[in-house]
Write a protein of this length. Structure first.
Length: 176
């Protein structure tokens, strides 16, 4: 997994502080996430633009457009531990949103690199018509996903890579 991320994003050198401009990054999707065999696929990841609903200083992982915002996972790659994986291969993650316009948040999404059912969003009530809105997003498969949040006529779309971390089971005494 580390090799995949290093290949996708490059190794970082803490002493190098020069800015790097990346306008359309892509990540290689491992063949195991692509049921079409060994054919390579890419994912045009959206990098966070730093836009936040209010000036909180460091908005590094935030992404928005002045009317709707979200927070991205590091490098916009979700690596779901077994606690977030369903036995059906799905991945379910909490995802925060901020609404700058009044209305109910709707979330939809589709897998870009292969066929899959659409994602399912759980958007709890009780958070008012504007401001913070938590959500749970269930991705039916790992892979490259385009996610769109909509409130009224405000819309925010981004692309993220969903990966399942390997499951592991500790050895019991019978295995030793």
């Amino acid at each position: 997994m580390l090799l995949l991320l290093t290949a996708c994003f490059g190794a970082s050198d803490a002493s190098d502080t020069s800015p790097v401009a990346v306008t359309n990054p892509t990540a290689a999707v491992p063949a195991s996430t692509n049921d079409r065999g060994t054919e390579a696929a890419t994912c045009p990841l959206t990098l966070p633009n730093g836009a936040a609903p209010r000036d909180d200083g460091d908005a590094g992982m935030n992404h928005g457009n002045g009317r709707l915002w979200t927070a991205m996972w590091p490098h916009n790659v979700v690596i779901a531990s077994p606690d977030y994986q369903g036995i059906d291969g799905s991945v379910e993650m909490k995802w925060p949103w901020w609404r700058g316009v009044k209305g109910t948040l709707m979330i939809e999404g589709r897998r870009l690199d292969d066929k899959a059912p659409p994602l399912h969003a759980d958007i709890p009530g009780g958070y008012g018509e504007k401001g913070f809105q938590p959500s749970g997003i269930r991705f039916p498969t790992e892979g490259c996903w385009e996610v769109t949040g909509t409130v009224g006529n405000a819309k925010l779309t981004f692309v993220t890579l969903i990966l399942r971390a390997a499951r592991y089971w500790p050895m019991d005494e019978a295995d030793a």
